[in-house]
Design a protein around this ligand. Structure first.
Ligand code: NIG
Ligand code: FE
Length: 425
């Protein structure tokens, strides 16, 4: 018998959700779960060393710890590849204004919206910012998220943006959800630069991006850089300038594109080799075709149109089926933020994706795990239950993975294992 740290066994369905030759599940191939019935998985030093039938693995390994799934479903931990954590405060007042008829963009143009959270986040002491976001991450973990992207973008000056980066690093160290950091000084034009967007872009490329690059070199990490390419935020030329400078400084790239207006951000992302392009609601056919040819992962955020819905103002969603028909790689994320989508649950996102994007439960599950990992450059490490990967997994309180997506508003997660350690029981 071989010694291992952990053996998870007796899973009615063990969903491996494999990558395809080290790549995301693209186009028509999205939704492969590779289910092992009565499955088991052995873990050594936090990594998966074997996957197979329970009877075989129980005869092969003597584990220090066992998780008996008792016929339940075991799936990879969810990866949430787009959040705006950390932020400080809330905007319940703006939600009330939206219920009374104001639009998100009107509130933003009047100095609220992102700027309102920027004011609250700038004022928070670093320790307050961390303390305010820790419970949020604890709730996400309970709901099955084991890795997440976290962005700056509520600082919008050099010191406050770096304060957010430090908060992300501290949050990552203090709890089990692994955080992948993104620097986003171009999330909005701050009110100090009203009418002077180009001057702010100068500031971003000349001062802020180099400061973030110093931060990453000192800590030996690679940051993503993201930009909000949108009417009322940064136009296509400004977005290009920012992303090209970021690439030259060693950042990997992301973009917020086509949320309200199609400015060409998705094609720009593919051209620049961005790791992901996110939102993609108004994306034109030519840009969808570009996603099919390129390697950029399309990240759909169905919590955002849902969060922006008013009873008389139905919202458009990402044309996910057209992206898949073009051969694109599709992932799902919460966009967790205080303005448009305060959603901490990937299970809720899967439920929305099944209804509003037209995905099957299997497609949505793969988009929320293996493809989501590729959307943050972590597809080689997390997102699937393949040998060699980090042992990040969930035992669900059901024997059928299809309950995820079918049920909504609750939490089907019973047990969470992160890097081979049981962190929620
Ligand atoms: O992805 N669209 C831009 N940024 C966020 C919203 C941030 C906010 O409103 O605070 C988004 O939806
Ligand atoms: Fe966002």
């Amino acid at each position: 018998m071989e010694a291992v740290g952990l053996l998870v066994h007796s899973a009615g369905q063990l969903c491996v959700v494999p990558a395809h030759d080290g790549e995301p599940q693209r186009g028509a191939s999205l939704g492969e779960l590779a289910i092992v019935e009565d499955g088991a998985l052995a873990v050594r030093d936090g990594r998966i060393v074997d996957v197979g039938p329970s009877a075989e693995l129980r005869g092969r390994y003597s584990p220090m710890q066992e998780v008996d799934a008792g016929g339940r479903c075991v799936i990879p931990g969810f990866v949430d590849p787009h959040t705006h954590i950390p932020w400080y405060g809330d905007r319940a007042n703006e939600f009330e204004q939206r219920l009374a008829g104001a639009t998100y963009m009107e509130i933003m143009a009047a100095g609220g919206g992102i700027m309102s959270t920027v004011r609250q986040t700038r004022q928070a002491e670093p320790a307050e910012l961390v303390a305010d976001n820790l419970p949020r991450l604890a709730r996400m973990l309970r709901n099955g998220t084991t890795s997440a992207e976290a962005k700056t973008g509520y600082g919008l000056d050099t010191a406050a943006e770096l304060k957010q980066l430090d908060a992300i690093r501290s949050l990552d160290a203090q709890q089990p959800v692994e955080l992948i950091a993104t620097f986003m000084p171009a999330h909005a034009v701050p009110s100090e630069y009203d009418g002077k967007a180009n001057e702010y872009v100068d500031r971003v490329v000349e001062e802020m991006l180099p400061a973030g690059a110093d931060w990453m070199r000192q800590r030996d990490v690679t940051l993503f850089c993201d930009v909000f390419c949108e009417d009322g935020a940064f136009d296509l030329a400004q977005s290009r300038r920012i992303l090209e400078r970021a690439a030259a400084l060693g950042y990997r790239l992301k973009i917020h594109a086509d949320e309200f207006a199609a400015l060409g951000g998705t094609a720009l992302a593919v051209e620049l080799g961005a790791v992901s392009a996110d939102h993609l609601v108004q994306t034109p056919e030519a840009d969808i075709a570009a996603l099919g040819r390129g390697r950029t992962v399309a990240v759909a955020l169905p919590g955002t149109p849902f969060g922006l819905t008013r009873w008389d103002a139905p919202q458009a969603y990402t044309p996910a089926r057209r992206i898949l028909a073009a051969g694109g790689a599709l992932a799902l994320a919460t966009d967790c933020n205080p303005g448009t989508s305060w959603c901490e649950s990937m299970q809720m996102v899967i439920a929305l994706a099944c209804r509003m994007l037209g995905l099957t439960q299997a497609q949505a599950l793969a988009a929320a795990t293996v493809n989501a990992a590729f959307a943050i450059g972590r597809g080689h490490e997390v997102g699937s239950l393949e040998v060699g990967k980090q042992a990040d997994l969930l035992v669900l309180d059901t024997d059928d993975y299809r309950q995820v997506g079918y049920q909504f508003g609750g939490n089907l997660v019973k047990t969470v294992v992160k890097k081979g350690r049981v962190v929620i029981q």
